[in-house]
Ligand binder design. Structure first.
Ligand code: PRP
Length: 212
């Protein structure tokens, strides 16, 4: 284990916001802003090494110790329950997990409800609390297509602005859980790099977005 802090960032627009928070907090790594296809960037000055990782893979890197800390959505943490510590709610990446379907859809409780989702664990948990029998259809993207094409009755998916639902004549029916991005840590790193991780948390806190 070197004395660098290895940080897994979610690739994409959200990851850039996350990096900006880290930079403001004093963990900048200017080379990351260069337009390149590199995936690893380090700053010897601040002793940080950043990796760009697919958002849904961040918790895997952190759980296995390939990264000491990382930023993952609450959706991923609830779906996969990785064995990591959740340290901070960064308040960004705000959205919600919701049940949605075709406008005017009416559930027939005498039939098994067909639910398409990327989040089978969250969906199953939600309907278990309602004692509603469902069949899960696991998809990997473009979930909104499922009710339109008759593959499912409803979807359980992330809603941020609601535009995707609206533009496809779908509507949200129920909110399941609110989602924001969380700072997570590997359990061993948290023990052995405790001082550095705690300092990073207190440096980041002022830049976390509070509820408005
Ligand atoms: C997510 C989600 C919705 C969309 C919601 O999709 O699955 O499709 O964003 O955002 P909105 O409410 O602002 O329209 P994502 O972009 O991750 O793509 P994918 O699930 O189809 O891969």
């Amino acid at each position: 284990m070197d004395d660098f802090m290895n940080i897994a960032l979610p690739k994409g627009r959200l990851g850039e916001k996350v990096y900006d928070m880290f930079e403001k907090a004093g963990y900048g790594c200017p080379s990351i802003k260069e337009d390149s296809r590199k995936l690893i960037f380090e700053s010897a000055e601040h002793k940080v090494r950043y990796f760009w990782v697919k958002p849904s893979d961040v918790s895997i890197y952190v759980e296995h110790g390939a990264a000491d800390i990382g930023v993952a959505g609450r959706d991923i943490l609830l779906e996969y329950s990785p064995d990591v510590f959740e340290l901070l709610d960064l308040g960004i990446g705000k959205c919600r997990m919701a049940v949605a379907g075709k406008k005017g859809f009416v559930d027939d409780p005498s039939r098994t409800l067909r639910v398409a989702t990327k989040f089978p664990h969250i969906a199953a948990g939600y309907y278990r609390t309602l004692s509603r029998e469902i069949d899960i259809i696991k998809l990997n993207g473009s979930i909104e297509l499922a009710p339109i094409l008759g593959l499912s009755d409803v979807i359980v998916d992330i809603v941020e602005t609601g535009t995707t639902l609206r533009e496809n004549n779908l509507e949200p029916f129920y909110d399941i859980v609110g989602i924001t991005s969380r700072l997570i840590a590997n359990k061993v790193s948290f023990r052995f790099k405790n001082t550095a991780i705690n300092k990073l948390c207190s440096d980041i806190i002022p830049y976390c977005k509070k509820d408005s």
